[in-house]
Design a protein around this ligand. Structure first.
Ligand SMILES: Cc1cc2nc3c(=O)[nH]c(=O)nc-3n(C[C@H](O)[C@H](O)[C@H](O)COP(=O)(O)O)c2cc1C
Length: 204
């Protein structure tokens, strides 16, 4: 393996999910570079169905946290979680949202995707759209890593899609899929163990 290839593998393997950040803001040019790199992800039919909502100020982040809190609280109540624990969990998620310097809410837009009349292909088209948006999310995380930033993907918006759309006045066709917290890492955690290739691969 050449040194360049070796370095690239090392780079890819040293991306970690970062959940604690320094308060330093991300320069606008750096954020633009990261988002632009994200758009170089592959996408089904090259329709680029990803949409990005950027939240960097406390008011916008509070709106996002509050929008998710109502659904989250109801879900926890339905699960029978004791009220004290529910309040703790709600506060913890709000604190995490507010302490992330920037949040990219990753959305999906089906409007330019193919339309079919049968359920099988409608489902397949939706899935390839989700896969495309996820590819952009991954590319975004790697671009952040290249800039010395850290990020973590959080799936919570999937549980409160409509509430978020309404609270942030998003276009109706922008469907929240996840959010990526980004900032300068407080510390880089150890890599989590990976399943062995033997256990997850079939060579035919
Ligand atoms: C689709 C997806 C959803 C995730 N959701 C969350 C989440 O809600 N909260 C969180 O702290 N981490 C979340 N993660 C991050 C994973 O926990 C993390 O990637 C995993 O533990 C491996 O650690 P690493 O990214 O440092 O290698 C998510 C990752 C993915 C890909």
């Amino acid at each position: 393996m050449s040194t360049t290839t070796d370095n690239l593998h090392r780079f890819l393997r040293t991306r970690r999910s970062i959940r604690r950040f320094k308060p330093d803001p991300i320069p606008e040019s750096v954020l633009t570079a990261i988002l632009t790199t994200a758009t170089y992800a592959p996408s089904a039919h090259h329709r680029q169905p990803w949409r990005f909502v950027i939240l960097a100020d406390a008011l916008a982040k509070t709106k996002l946290a509050d929008a998710m809190a109502t659904d989250f609280q109801r879900d926890l109540e339905d699960d029978g979680v004791p009220p004290g624990q529910i309040q703790q969990q709600l506060q913890r998620s709000k604190d995490r949202i507010l302490s992330a310097p920037t949040i990219v809410l990753l959305c999906l837009d089906m409007t330019e995707m193919n339309v079919y009349s049968d359920r099988r292909r409608v489902k397949a088209e939706f899935r390839m759209t989700v896969q495309s948006v996820a590819a952009a999310g991954m590319q975004l995380l790697l671009a952040a890593h290249a800039e010395g930033l850290g990020g973590v993907w959080a799936c919570w918006p999937l549980f409160a899609q409509t509430a978020i759309q309404q609270a942030l006045h998003l276009p109706e066709v922008w469907e929240p899929q996840g959010m990526i917290f980004i900032g300068y890492p407080q510390r880089i955690p150890e890599a989590r163990e990976r399943k062995s290739l033997q256990d997850i691969t079939l060579y035919l």
